[in-house]
Design a protein around this ligand. Structure first.
Ligand code: BDR
Ligand code: CA
Length: 312
């Protein structure tokens, strides 16, 4: 199995991805680290603990970034994930509590205990990864890989014409994480917008997941209303599950190597800028930026089928 730390801001699509991380036999989930993003960080932590409880799994949950590194915190718009992050459905009380360590410290300690083995999967603003790098710059050589759900190469943004939400919510952290020089794969809107998880798939998931399935299906109904208004589709883009789909089923994706960074200010704040490997630019810093891998295309229906098969 793949040992992973899952960094998240749950969030409706995060909740589904957490369920996959908890259930998939080829994933060894070492911990959840939480960040502000879709909700404030305390709510993200509560939701992470609740999802583990509903799945009857004991997994460390370490709380992290409460705000972006530099820019002021943007309150999350409640019409996307609900004020409680899970579609405003009533939620049971949480009995567990978070790790005493902060998310960045948890990442540093866990990776150092198993150098070369662990994949960091980040599906929210990446402040925890940036802070972990600040604590231990050698992490770049000790992680197996970093998978980031965020950004967009050709697809355009979802917050602004050019910026995807996770990049927009902490562009300074994103610029550090994407240029750090560790093995990294970006799973952005180019592929997540090709995946539409419809009500029939959700019914399979609900039927397969007991108490956890009730929360996944209830929150999905809220998210589906948002997507109907936002993109005019009947279903939801399972953005965060796509990061795990790439990890376990890379055959369903087309990727390309290149140099990547993020714009940190101005109208293009949060835009991912991608220079394909081998393309010459007059400005030399582009060829000095470390190489990463970006997803460009996917078989969307196959990814959605994989999600429903995993949880159904
Ligand atoms: C990303 O933004 C969040 O709202 C989702 O959870 C996902 O991580 C998609 O742009
Ligand atoms: Ca997310």
């Amino acid at each position: 199995p793949h040992p992973i730390i899952f960094d998240t801001d749950p969030g409706v699509d995060d909740a589904q991805a957490i369920a996959i991380a908890l259930r998939h036999p080829e994933i060894e989930l070492l911990g959840l680290t939480t960040t502000y993003g879709n909700v404030d960080v305390e709510t993200a932590t509560r939701n992470a603990l609740l999802l583990c409880q509903l799945a009857e799994r004991t997994v460390p949950v370490a709380q992290g970034a409460a705000a972006p590194m530099v820019k002021p915190r943007h309150p999350a718009p409640a019409h996307i994930h609900g004020a409680n992050g899970l579609g405003d459905i009533p939620l049971p009380a949480v009995s567990g509590s978070p790790e005493p360590r902060s998310a960045p410290q948890f990442i540093v300690d866990t990776v150092n205990a198993r150098p070369g083995e662990i994949t960091l999967v980040s599906v929210g603003p990446v402040g925890n990864l940036a802070a972990a790098l600040q604590l231990d710059p050698q992490l770049v050589d000790k992680v197996k890989r970093v998978v980031v759900m965020g950004g967009s190469i050709r697809e355009g943004g979802n917050v602004t014409p050019v910026a995807e939400a996770n990049m927009f919510n902490d562009p300074h952290a994103a610029a550090r994480v994407l240029t750090a020089g560790w093995p990294l794969t970006l799973v952005g809107l180019d592929v997540t917008h090709r995946c539409v998880l419809g009500p029939a798939h959700m019914a399979r998931i609900a039927a397969g997941q007991g108490a956890l399935g009730e929360v996944l299906a209830g929150s999905y109904a809220f998210y589906r209303d948002f997507y109907r208004d936002f993109l005019g589709i009947d279903g939801c883009c399972p953005h965060d599950s796509c990061a795990l789909a790439w990890l376990l089923r890379p055959d369903l994706f087309t990727t390309a190597p290149g140099h990547l960074t993020v714009t940190t200010h101005g109208d293009a704040e949060g835009q991912t800028l991608f220079a394909p490997e081998g393309r010459a630019f007059i400005e030399p810093r582009w060829s000095r930026t470390p190489l990463v891998e970006v997803c460009l295309e996917t078989d969307g229906p196959a990814v959605v089928e994989w999600i429903a098969d995993t949880l159904g």
